[in-house]
Design a protein around this ligand. Structure first.
Ligand code: C5P
Length: 400
């Protein structure tokens, strides 16, 4: 997998001869799968044109704080929230000083002040400027404020001096940027999740389905994405927006869901079966709308659907597999039986006889069961529960 897939990097460029290397850095980010937005200070534009960075990043370049047109596209606060990581390369002595004093007198310094994203600086300047008491004082203070410094390197400088102040090479900065995400719980993992109901057609206008809202599966997709995973959501028909940066495949029937699941299961690290798959489907799908007959009863022959998660559980190189068990009685006992019969690594059991939780509700409570552990997750929102579930999966994966 590309190490920066789906990651949003805001690349700040300040004025210095090393700004030409930022073009190469933008390419390296794109090659690693990142979405890059470039912000340039006025001084940076003396060294490299916004057009170059726009062509390489594939996004408009942001240059001015008070530009109504740019603000109408993506405003500065939106941009600050958008970023997963802010990298300023090159970072000039002037920019470092302004950052340290909390100034917000251009777009880049304002963004750094307004964003919660980690901030990393790759300084580049003359060796005497880098060594000066003022710059070193600013760097010391920024380090206390959890700003990360990458470099500078030592060596020959554009001005002819020799010493510390050269910007790190673009590939080294890209590599360090990727390591910033390694701390995430599911960093680099590929997660596939099924969600929602399936629809089993009877004729062109009718189907058999169930009340699954898809909320739990969608919350899990979002939580896994936020934990750094690359997430594919294989979803039956639901009324939910696809979570940001999750790729969704829409399916209807169980057979379609199975085909989508098996399509690239070989690449999957974690499989979560959250869909309420119909156990049976009509044996025959009528080509035309069925007519009302004279009889008061109608019999429909049904055949068993494939068990999607059990199919995944039987694969020789199966991913870590988590299933769900919605039960109305003997919840834990039945869930344990399913854990074994479907060859799962973990099962999340919920008691659907309690109408406050489960189908269609915004809340849920679960008992997480694996071969030698059992853990109760108390009733809370599906969003919070999904985050807890992802944490437990990550724990199991690291302890395996
Ligand atoms: O057997 P039961 O339907 O209770 O099992 C529930 C678990 O199995 C859930 O994880 C569900 O997504 C999965 N399942 C499946 N394919 C089926 C039936 C259930 O993947 N045909």
């Amino acid at each position: 997998m590309q190490r920066l897939t789906n990651k949003r990097i805001l690349l700040g460029i300040t004025g210095g001869i090393a700004a030409y290397k930022s073009a190469e850095l933008t390419r390296a980010y794109k090659a690693a799968g990142a979405d890059v937005r470039v912000v340039m200070t006025p001084a940076a534009r003396e060294f490299i044109t916004p057009l170059t960075l726009q062509a390489l990043s594939g996004n408009p370049v942001h240059t001015a704080l008070l530009d109504p047109e740019a603000e109408a596209g993506m405003g500065h606060i939106e941009l600050a929230k958008w970023a997963d990581l802010i990298v300023v390369a090159p970072a000039s002595a002037d920019f470092i000083a302004r950052l340290e004093s909390g100034m917000a007198n251009d777009l880049l310094s304002t963004l750094c002040l307004a964003s919660d994203a980690p901030l990393c600086l790759a300084p580049a300047m003359n060796q005497a400027m880098w060594r000066s008491t003022a710059t070193q004082g600013n760097v010391f203070q920024l380090l206390q404020n959890k700003v990360t410094f990458w470099g500078p390197d030592s060596g020959e400088q554009a001005c002819g001096d020799v010493g510390p102040g050269r910007m790190l090479e673009p590939n080294a900065i890209a590599e360090l940027s990727a390591t910033m995400f390694d701390k995430q719980l599911l960093s680099g993992k590929i997660v596939h999740i099924t969600a929602g109901p399936t629809r089993e057609p009877i004729d062109p206008v009718r189907y058999i389905s169930n009340h699954s809202s898809g909320k739990m599966g969608y919350a899990l997709a979002q939580a896994a994405q936020e934990a750094g995973a690359n997430v594919k959501l294989i979803s039956g028909p639901v009324n939910l927006e696809c979570p940001d940066r999750v790729s969704r495949i829409k399916v209807e029937s169980a057979e379609q869901m199975l085909a989508a699941v098996l399509d690239d299961i070989a690449n999957c690290d974690i499989f979560i079966g959250c869909a309420a798959v119909a156990d049976y489907r009509p044996a025959v799908i009528e080509n035309n709308k069925m007519k009302k007959g004279s009889s008061d009863t109608l019999s429909l022959a049904l055949v068993k659907n494939p068990d999607i998660i059990a199919t995944v559980g039987q694969l020789p190189d199966k991913p870590f597999t988590l299933g769900f068990a919605a039960e109305t009685q003997n919840v834990v006992e039945y869930a344990r039986t399913k854990l074994a019969s479907k060859n799962l690594d973990m099962i999340a059991a919920n008691d659907v006889s309690n109408s406050d939780i489960g189908f269609n509700s915004d809340e849920n409570a679960l008992t997480l069961i694996s071969q030698n552990s059992e853990l109760k997750l108390a009733q809370t929102s599906k969003t919070k529960l999904a985050q807890q579930l992802i944490e437990h999966i990550a724990e199991q994966l690291t302890s395996a």
